[in-house]
Ligand binder design. Sequence first.
Ligand code: ADP
Ligand code: MG
Length: 620
Amino acid sequence: MADIIQLLPDHVANQIAAGEVVQRPASVVKELLENAIDANADTIKLIVKDAGKTLIQVIDNGKGMSTTDARLSFERHATSKIRTAEDLFSLNTKGFRGEALASIAAIAHVEMKTKQAQDELGTLLEIEGSTIKSQEVTVTPKGTSIAVKNLFFNIPARRNFLKSNNVELKHIIDEFHRVALAHPNIAFVMYHNGSENFNLPVSNYRQRVVNIFGGKTNEKLVPVEEETEVLKISGFVGKPEFAKRTKNEQFFFVNDRFIKSAYLNHAINSAYEGLLKDGSHPSYFLNLTVDPKTIDINIHPTKTEIKFDDEHTLYAILRSSVKHSLGQFNIAPVLDFERDMNLDTPYDYKNKNAATPRVDVDRSFNPFQDERTVSKANGFSSNSYKKEPAAQWESLYVGLESKGTKTDLNFSEVEFESEPETKSLFTKETSVETNQTTYQFHNKYIISTIKSGMMVLDQHRAHQRVLYEGFLKHLTVKEAVSQQLLFPLVLEFSSVEMEHLKELKEDLEHTGFVFSAFRAHQIEITGVPINVPESEVSIILEQLLSDVEQEVPDSNFSATDLLAKSMSKSLAIKTGQSLTRQEQEHLVNSLFACKEPSVSPTNRTTFITMSVDDFDKKFM
Ligand code: ADP
Ligand code: MG
């Protein structure tokens, strides 16, 4: 039989390799930025058009390339960064595979201009799908500019597979953040569609973090510094009260390279143990420096995962240093009996001023005054602790005219126990007590008796359904009621979050939000939906942003639905919340006034029923 094995032509091999290196425009951004850093640039400009689908250009003032190198750089396995396999164990550059430029050139139109400092003139190269179209001598400043146009022009399937511009731009910005955070000593500028998104001058690490994430970040940061034989840690963690719903502000860098590590992330979370609210994530920006010999970066093609020789030790040191920092800044108790004393840095107590302990006494306290005046003297207004239960729980359901819609219940299986029957058995006084048809248990479920037996509701899911249908109604009818805030509420967001908020603005207004300003990193709110407490606003918006990010928008993505889902999730009564009888009954009634009472907005069961027969069987 004839031989059938052939070597793949280079351009085919390159296209295949490109699939691994270049998943989306953001991958190109990462590779080009990293090359610029490896070329020792101190100013790097990123220019993006249409979320990278039309253009990605990186201009650096680094060392540039000779004409021969410029051509060679597009060959596969062409790298100036390693020569032998041993070099892999002492890497101090970002790249080393020599694959990126070859892969990018295989699937895009590339134009490169490059010049070395000592040369008069530079080189201009044009490549389309691995073929060199032209090579010229050109006038260009020192450094390299690579423009990547029409990504995936020759792989339509990949091009169609790209997500919306918003999603792709978010990935690009994420990569940009990662690179910029790892290199505060380099100035970065980023433009998208002609407008400047980021301008990050050379600065210290704290300023870099603040320049990226906004001015309010500064007060959140707690420094972490530790140096041991195996590991040096420097950077910041966020104060627990600023923990976020999203994991957007979690960054590990190992030897200046952004990495993902669930294991090290766990170390940090465990340092925050007991300090965070459920579902919130601490911010961290941590640089770990280890001996390059003790890590293997080679295990992942896009190089965001690395392998450490001694993960356990790193875990322990990291956890302990973060804990220590939180303690130092009076955020957590300093005493930690699990702490390994060998890892301790001796802190210089001599330099600390001893302060006389202070006891705060309310000098105006008079036990014979009546309660009202006492509380005033204490600086509390008396209604701050006297809640009015009715108003409280009713506010949970504002906007849902459950009474009116109750009649057109299309729910036939469940019949409620009719009141008059039971009433007649008892005297008027006792009937108030025994009329009870709902019970709450474990602050999680509500039992309601029904004619055929009983029904058990999941309070959180049921309330989500009630709120969800209410919000949807407002969003479509567009006549929400809002309450005006006494003082405008100013909230800070990152640029990516601001982009999402701008898109959701109109829908948010339909739920009752009133915005007085949208700035680069800030929004100003003057009105909120009537049932939303002011203190919850930032939580709701954060939850919403995290939901937007998780929901990969596609053709049938509906901002309205997402907003209704997200807000109902944030505002629904939680598991663990005890409800008065009135509240329980109101919840049951409102649920069955819904169009689809049996499932939560995310399609989870809201209630189950058990018939008397079911019970009878159990007692046989
Ligand atoms: P790698 O970075 O893994 O070496 P690349 O394909 O990204 O592989 O780049 C190939 C080579 O091209 C690099 O080793 C480097 O010598 C050269 N190069 C790429 N980009 C630049 C740049 N911006 N400035 C100077 N040299 C560059
Ligand atoms: Mg590279």
